[in-house]
Design a protein around this ligand. Structure first.
Ligand code: PTJ
Length: 247
């Protein structure tokens, strides 16, 4: 990896880029993953590269939903595997939930490489290589899921998702938690709980909330995803207006 000096004002952001590039070189991340990452970066710039108050509320709701789940599953794609392997493994241990490799730009080789990458980082329960079931209503490879994993899960965490699988899972009666910096994406709008935050920050917060034992949000009584997304958009607009005033 290109060595980014820690003193660089954009150190964290540049390091994430390096992880995505390394993921591509290792055959884990798709080349399209670079474009997806760039879109995420652009939203993060508007957000101010910090966790918005409404995103904390969403993260607490996600923690409540995942803790209440009888069979939670964490979906992992090429970007997630490159950026936060240790964090998804820690989350999977805290929730006793399997990781399932589920990718849009599917190749058998990439599924194997992502699985091995997660196992090298210590994961012991990685599904996806023997995807033997199909999510109805999806024509692309994301439909391929494990009958012991996403197919029979009650709550699925799908970070950095590309849209229609979230809708299809909801149509199957599943609850979906997503992490997506774009509050306007189809995934964000259709999920049960959308955390509009960078994956690294969101997982750090989620893990801290789970370790602390509880959040303040008790789903489903006091959580409304659409309302939370509206608040997120207001918080972004307020930040942009405040920036406008600075010289
Ligand atoms: O590994 P594969 O084959 O499954 O492909 C993965 C990608 C991400 C390439 C694929 O799912 C895709 O094309 O996704 P999209 O449609 O670009 O959507 C990804 C979403 O993730 C976008 O809305 C981005 O804003 C968001 N995003 C990107 N980077 C981050 C992010 N959200 C949170 N944290 C990030 N670091």
């Amino acid at each position: 990896m290109f060595r980014v000096p820690e003193s660089h004002p954009r150190y964290k952001s540049l390091l994430k880029r390096e992880k995505i590039v390394a993921g591509i070189e290792a055959g884990i991340t798709s080349r399209q993953g670079l474009i997806a990452h760039g879109r995420g970066e652009a939203f993060d710039y508007l957000i101010g590269e910090r966790t918005l108050p409404a995103a904390i509320k969403a993260t607490e709701a996600a923690a409540a939903l995942l803790l209440r789940a009888t069979k939670p599953v964490i979906s992992v794609n090429g970007n997630v595997a490159a950026l936060v392997p240790e964090k998804v493994i820690e989350l999977s241990e805290l929730l006793n939930a399997p990781l399932e490799v589920n990718i849009f730009y599917w190749t058998e080789e990439r599924v194997r490489k992502i699985t091995e990458h997660l196992e090298r980082h210590g994961a012991t329960n990685v599904l996806g290589a023997n995807a033997d079931a199909r999510i109805p209503g999806i024509e692309h490879a994301r439909a391929r899921v494990d009958s012991n994993g996403i197919y029979t899960a009650d709550v699925v965490l799908t970070p950095l998702e590309d849209g229609d699988r979230c809708e299809a899972l909801i149509a199957m009666g599943r609850k979906v938690v997503t992490i997506d910096l774009n509050p306007l994406s189809r995934t964000s709008r259709h999920a049960t709980v959308s955390i509009v935050d960078d994956i690294e920050r969101a997982l750090d917060n989620l893990i801290a909330i789970l370790k602390a034992g509880a959040g303040t949000v008790k789903l489903p009584e006091d959580y409304d995803n659409t309302q939370n997304l509206r608040t997120i958009i207001k918080e972004i607009v307020e930040r942009l207006k405040a920036e406008e005033l600075k010289e």
